[in-house]
Design a binder for this molecule. Structure first.
Ligand code: C5P
Length: 238
């Protein structure tokens, strides 16, 4: 799975199933996988995942954060719906992550499947953190959570471009997914810890997540092709 045809996921952050499938089929030549979150999953669930998986691997970004047994059940159901990647929150803690690492190992015998543990959302800046976790610098929190993920036996981590380099240095075997990607001059929207695709990949990202820069582009196919070309140029230069 780490050898996706292009190392990025297109975040299908739209509400309409027909639009999502149309965008997926037209961007598939330039995209490594498609990411869907609750807004599509709640409406169209497994049938949409199956339709998207006919084009590229599907990444279900529902960010599960619950007691360990509930997280296991949710991850298993997501796998059975056809996803190849799923997110959970690293802050769910050691027991949950250990149990999920065992589950990932079991499910991967059937087909490639990776659990990605989200550290600190890329929309957070230090000043915007919840009051219970605002004392420790974001980078330190991300590094602690990355350590927890790796110690648990999982390898998939979601972090921002600001933390990807130190995590890659410490954990060469990790699979690092970086959202918050913008081309120079593009608006950040609600993201704060952002970088351009080449910077994130040079920093050590295994794969990127790109949503609005493609979905809201005047021509999403042209935008997807541009991201693909940048990704492939970086891969060739490594
Ligand atoms: O539109 P944009 O490129 O900012 O979309 C980023 C996508 O990645 C969104 O679907 C968002 O939910 C997701 N994501 C994120 N930051 C994380 C984890 C997931 O932005 N830490």
């Amino acid at each position: 799975m780490s050898s996706m045809n292009s190392p990025w996921f297109l975040a299908l952050d739209i509400d309409d199933q027909e639009l999502a499938i149309d965008l997926a089929s037209r961007t598939a030549p330039f995209v490594g996988g498609f990411k869907v979150g609750p807004r599509l999953c709640m409406r169209f669930g497994p049938s949409l995942i199956a339709k998207l998986a006919a084009h590229r691997p599907v990444f279900v970004d529902n960010k599960y954060f619950d007691i360990p047994s509930t997280m296991e059940a949710a991850v298993r159901a997501t796998f059975e719906a056809g996803a190849s990647f799923v997110t959970v929150h690293a802050q769910a803690g050691s027991e949950a992550l250990h149990r999920l690492a065992n589950l990932e190992r079991d499910l991967s015998h059937q087909r490639p499947f990776r659990i990605l543990a989200v550290t600190i959302l890329t929309s957070f800046s230090q000043s915007g953190l919840p009051v219970v976790s605002s004392a420790m610098p974001i980078k330190d929190q991300v590094m602690k959570l990355a350590d927890l993920v790796m110690t648990s036996g999982l390898r998939g981590i979601v972090c921002s471009s600001e933390e990807v380099y130190p995590i890659r240095q410490l954990y060469p075997e990790s699979y690092l997914v970086v959202p918050g990607i913008r081309l120079p001059g593009q608006g950040r929207g609600d993201q704060t810890r952002v970088a351009d695709p080449a910077t994130a990949l040079h920093g050590g990202a295994s794969a990127l997540v790109v949503g609005r820069p493609v979905v809201e582009a005047s021509d999403p196919i042209v935008a997807a092709r541009q991201i693909d070309e940048i990704c492939k140029a970086v891969t060739r230069s490594k």
